[in-house]
Design a binder for this molecule. Structure first.
Ligand SMILES: [Zn+2]
Length: 339
């Protein structure tokens, strides 16, 4: 394990980091928590520099991130009128990436790699502190998910990082990656990224194994949450998360039963649902059961069975494996039938 460069003080800014793979419902968890007084939903902050600033992506308030009342002010307070050099931040971040995670097992090599990040961690910390000064909130929620990014925050800043490991049935994740949806953060001018079965499965393994390997033994700073348990009882899940972070949470007026009434927010990046302001019932999204081909569902279950079973998902059976082997000849990797 690589030693921390910084010692976290008692008054350190608390960051609730939602980790794991993509399409686990993290934006909904982020927004629900961030609608409570004192909690701020930042969204996928790892992408703020590239998608928000360089590409002009939209904040949940509808303004471009750089022009948003909250983020624009925070950026100016942190970096002055000229702002931060977003292009350099994007370049620096590429110096510690998923591919470098194995270096964490060799501390001298990892330290050298972290040193190459130069001013990246201190700029990120400065921005996180600045946005909390602007909002006056106590807990910043960062749903970036990438484990390597969480390690930068944990080891190279004074932020007090709490890692919430969010997992979901891999068949639901696999289905979500196939859907063709416009990217609301770019006004629907492009579509959201899609991933084939092998790619989404690879990310499932790499993200979740890395999350466990690097965080699970950090007592008091790691908690796991199944998305299915969250939707079954969001109030109880939020209470457990608040206890984990050591902060009060009051969801009065935000959550009534399973109905979420979003407060106006400034979630920088994530699922397009961050733009929704109407009350929404939080419920299990079972579309993957009916709308995904049986072959793709079986294949996703089988490919992800070892890790899926670890998280309590009964994702495969002998019958499904036989079904998969029959379907393998008749479908492409997106699960679409081929002639
Ligand atoms: Zn905003």
């Amino acid at each position: 394990m690589v030693d921390r460069n910084c010692v976290v003080g008692a008054d350190a800014l608390k960051v609730l980091f939602i980790g794991g793979t993509g399409r686990t419902g993290s934006t909904l968890v982020d927004r629900l928590l961030g609608s409570a007084p004192g909690w701020f939903s930042g969204g996928e902050l790892a992408f703020l520099w590239r998608l928000g600033l360089l590409r002009g992506g939209l904040c949940a308030c509808g303004q471009k991130v750089a022009e948003c009342d909250v983020w624009g002010t925070a950026l100016e307070r942190a970096f002055g009128l000229d702002g931060a050099d977003a292009e350099r931040m994007v370049t620096l971040r590429q110096r510690f990436w998923s591919i470098h995670l194995p270096l964490m097992a060799v501390p001298p090599l990892a330290r050298r790699r972290f040193d190459r990040l130069e001013e990246y961690p201190s700029n990120v910390e400065q921005l996180y502190r600045s946005v909390m000064e602007v909002t006056g909130d106590r807990v910043l929620i960062d749903s970036s998910k990438d484990t390597h990014y969480s390690q930068i925050l944990r080891l190279r800043t004074d932020l007090d990082v709490y890692f919430l490991h969010l997992v979901r049935d891999p068949r639901a994740i696999s289905y979500s990656w196939t859907k063709l949806r416009p990217e609301a953060g770019f006004r629907g001018e492009v579509n959201m990224e899609r991933r084939n079965l092998l790619t989404s499965s690879t990310y499932f393994y790499v993200s979740d194994i890395a999350a466990e390997a690097l965080w699970r033994r950090d007592a008091g700073h790691y908690q796991i949450l199944r998305y299915e348990d969250f939707v079954a009882n969001p109030a109880a899940a939020c209470a457990r998360i608040a206890e984990f972070v050591g902060e009060e949470i009051d969801l009065t007026g935000v959550l009534e039963g399973n109905v979420f009434k979003p407060a106006p927010g400034h979630t920088t990046w994530g699922n397009p649902n961050r733009f929704e302001t109407a009350p929404t019932a939080i419920r299990a999204d079972d579309a993957w059961r009916s709308e995904q081909t049986r072959w793709r569902s079986a294949a996703a279950g089988a490919l992800n069975a070892p890790l899926g079973a670890r998280y309590g998902y009964g994702v495969t059976s002998g019958a499904r494996l036989r079904q998969m082997s029959r379907g393998l000849r008749r479908h492409d990797l997106m699960g679409h039938p081929v002639d």
